[in-house]
Design a protein around this ligand. Sequence first.
Ligand code: NDP
Length: 327
Amino acid sequence: MTFRAVRADKTDAGQTVRFVDMEDADLMDGDVTIRVTHSTVNYKDGLALSGKSAIIRSFPMVLGVDLAGIVETSGRPDFAPGDEVILTGHGLSETHFGGYAERARVNGDWLVKLPTGLTRAEAMAIGTAGFTAMLALIALEQAGLEPSSGPALVTGAAGGVGSMAISLLADKGWTVVASTGRLAETGYLKSLGAAEVIDRATLSAPGRPLGKERWAAAIDSVGSTTLANALAQTRYGGAVAACGLAGGMDLPATVAPFILRGVSLLGIESVHCPAPRRLEAWRRLAADLDRAKLAAMTETIALDQVFEAGARIVKGETRGRLVVTIP
Ligand code: NDP
């Protein structure tokens, strides 16, 4: 039986990304086979779909860094046919075939059973972006920060990680300052829980090594001068969780915030996150996330729309999260 997949191939003429028909025999090694029902479009998917970035590390490659679906066959005792599962990261779309296909075969160690209270569509509305936002929140909490410490800045606010971060922080009682390049989305950002919305231009130009102390915590998906300024304006003893590079991979900062204000820079990595932290993050997402806000930040598209959506997300034109339904 054949199924459709969005696959990247490399030839002498360059890289192509297109729909192909595949069979089970074409799938990569793994001990669990899944009927994929949902995937997502993250920023990283947009880069991979563009056919120009270095996300994909072996060819041919089925794209899609996230998937949710139903186990069809399992060679291990902890997963049985019919189990609903989710998979984010773990090299999907980089070194292992990902979620833009009707079927997947993966290493069961990478799977998370769908937490009680979440649908597969909701799990993918969360996806890598929401999972990353929760890892960032947990990191800030582990750094000893709490809503009474002061406001929390969220950069790239109208994007996937940003929207999820605002919702999670606000619902935990944080006063959230949302930084966006799209001030027209102020109403949307406030509906997610932002108390204040600022123009990202105020953070994107080179700033002083230390600025006025404005926030106790920050979740940054932009990087570059924005991250440097976020650090420079973090209060004494605060912390910044760095997740992304939507504005650039560089970090033109000084050590002043670290050595004069005891500010911490916390690195957030979602792809190879160890299982105990992964399970704890999903448990909290299922327990804490406001479903109405999740629905408000989510757009659902069909598999054949991922090309157009991928182009939009790289240009910073999508809002919140994109869920892909797999036929
Ligand atoms: P989105 O495209 O959904 O969000 C990124 C947002 O950043 C945009 O919506 C926009 O927000 C802002 N932005 C875009 N371009 C620029 C720019 N040039 N300068 C300043 N701001 C900009 O992407 P995701 O939320 O999926 O991912 C965000 C980042 O996090 C990406 O870099 C991604 O690679 C990274 N990431 C990292 C993970 C990890 O494991 N560390 C996991 C998941 C994502 P606005 O319009 O509001 O300004």
